[in-house]
Write a protein that binds this ligand. Structure first.
Ligand SMILES: *Cc1c(COP(=O)(O)O)cnc(C)c1O
Length: 430
């Protein structure tokens, strides 16, 4: 694989951007190679500046559920762009997207648009503190909720990939208000709540975690978490930035039949443009300014281009009654093919899957939380990743991320990927 132009660009980028990138995992550090520069993406294919073509399983880390550059989405963006890109005030598109979000996710009565998932969770936290009059939050080891200070405690993927314990620059007093529990371990939550009686404002969770690799929460665990929050007047906040509109129409909360008080969104609802949103119960959401006294604002919030890209994406999904059925069926075909290949090679690596998201962990042990995810052989993963890349398969460059299947992926893409997978596993597991 010739990467000379990418290599040159990366050398130049390092003079101007921290580590040459604008988001850490992109630097490919943990897989021991230079990152690639992508020139264009269409459907399932990404083409880099050297002309290498890849089948993509990152999908911009989740948003591209329709595949890249979907015709209708691009057309709508162009139409709206011709009318101006930002007005700094209201536009009709933001109402359309809000209505669509509410239609898909019934727990959302009021929704506020922001510009990233990070903003959504940070704002939801401020709101939860205001609503409950309490300061502390509980999060789970290995769950990522964006890069807000209070969430950078045992925060999974990006941080885990680089092996940083926590982030520098987070003050001790901020860290003190974040309590961490163990994913899928309700006793660990009971203990924290008991020790911090009437002090916990909210429990944040990825109901299906995608940032320590794919780890599903146990149904009974989530149910008990909901019960605990109700009894203790703690807000249950689902971070569905990744799982929202991905696992089912109504996200993980529909899949599990559990209603959170607030939900954070991002990724898919921007259709590939920068968006986040948070929403939930009316009485809570109405505490946000200007209807209430919790301040939260944004120059580009509700941006017409972003609202349009998100709305068009959700509209396409909405109009296809079998969208998730087909997506999940295709994902299953792929996933079974990968498992089958492993079986034939007598490899028993752990696969975790939920709908169109999955992770193959380089361990034979069950992965149910961050500690078990970390038992994976990341060196072996790195070798596997590089083999796959050389064969034209673009996987997330970290063991602690999920792979994403889009509606654009077809059997021929899967078959090609499974063949590459078989060869890669065979080579690295010798
Ligand atoms: C991606 C992600 C975020 C952060 O969203 P950004 O748009 O990158 O700020 C938060 N929570 C979860 C679960 C995510 O997957």
């Amino acid at each position: 694989m010739n990467t000379s132009i990418s290599d040159k660009l990366f050398a130049e980028a390092q003079k101007h951007l921290p580590g040459g990138v604008n988001s850490p995992v992109r630097a490919f550090k943990s897989v021991g190679r230079n990152p690639l520069y992508i020139k264009m993406a269409k459907g399932v294919k990404m083409t880099d500046v050297d002309g290498n073509v890849f089948i993509d399983y990152i999908g911009s880390w989740g948003p591209m559920i329709l595949g890249h550059a979907h015709k209708k989405v691009i057309k709508a963006i162009k139409r709206v762009a011709n009318e101006g890109t930002s007005f700094g005030t209201n536009n009709e598109q933001e109402i359309n997207l809000a209505q669509m979000i509410k239609k898909f996710v019934p727990s959302v009565e009021i929704v506020r648009m922001v510009n990233s998932g990070t903003e959504a969770t940070m704002s939801a936290m401020r709101l939860a503190r205001a609503f409950t009059g309490r300061n502390k939050i509980i999060k789970f080891e290995g769950c990522y909720h964006g890069h807000g200070d209070a969430f950078l405690i045992k925060a999974g993927s990006g941080v885990a990939t680089l092996g940083l314990p926590d982030s520098l620059g987070v003050t001790a007093s901020t860290a003190r208000d974040t309590l961490t529990a163990i994913y899928n371990d309700i006793e660990s939550v009971y203990k924290l709540v008991e020790k911090n009686k009437d002090e916990v404002a909210a429990i944040f969770i990825e109901p299906v975690a995608g940032n320590m690799g794919l780890v599903k929460s146990d149904k009974d665990f989530l149910k008990k978490l909901r019960e605990l929050c109700t009894i203790e007047n703690i807000l249950l906040i689902f971070d569905e930035v990744m799982t929202g509109f991905r696992l089912a129409r109504g996200g993980a909360q529909e899949l599990y039949g559990i209603k959170p008080d607030l939900t954070a969104f991002g990724k898919i609802i921007g259709g590939g443009l920068p968006v986040g949103a948070y929403g939930g119960r009316r009485e809570i959401m109405e505490m946000i300014a200007p209807s209430g006294a919790v301040y939260q604002a944004g120059t580009l919030s509700g941006n017409p281009l972003a609202m349009t890209a998100g709305y068009e994406t959700l509209k396409i999904i909405d109009e296809d009654k079998n969208f998730y059925k087909n997506l999940n069926k295709n994902s299953e075909y792929f996933y079974e093919g990968l498992r089958d290949a492993n079986k034939k090679l007598s490899q028993d690596f752990t696969f975790n899957r939920c709908g169109s998201m999955f992770t193959m962990f380089f361990t034979n042990e069950k992965v149910t939380d961050f500690a078990t995810a970390k038992k994976s052989d990341t060196k072996l993963f790195a070798r596997y990743f590089n083999r796959m890349l050389e064969k034209g398969i673009y996987l997330p460059p970290s063991q602690f991320e999920a792979c994403f299947v889009s509606a654009a992926h077809a059997e021929k893409d899967f078959d090609k990927t499974i063949a590459a997978h078989r060869a890669a596993i065979n080579a690295v597991c010798r």
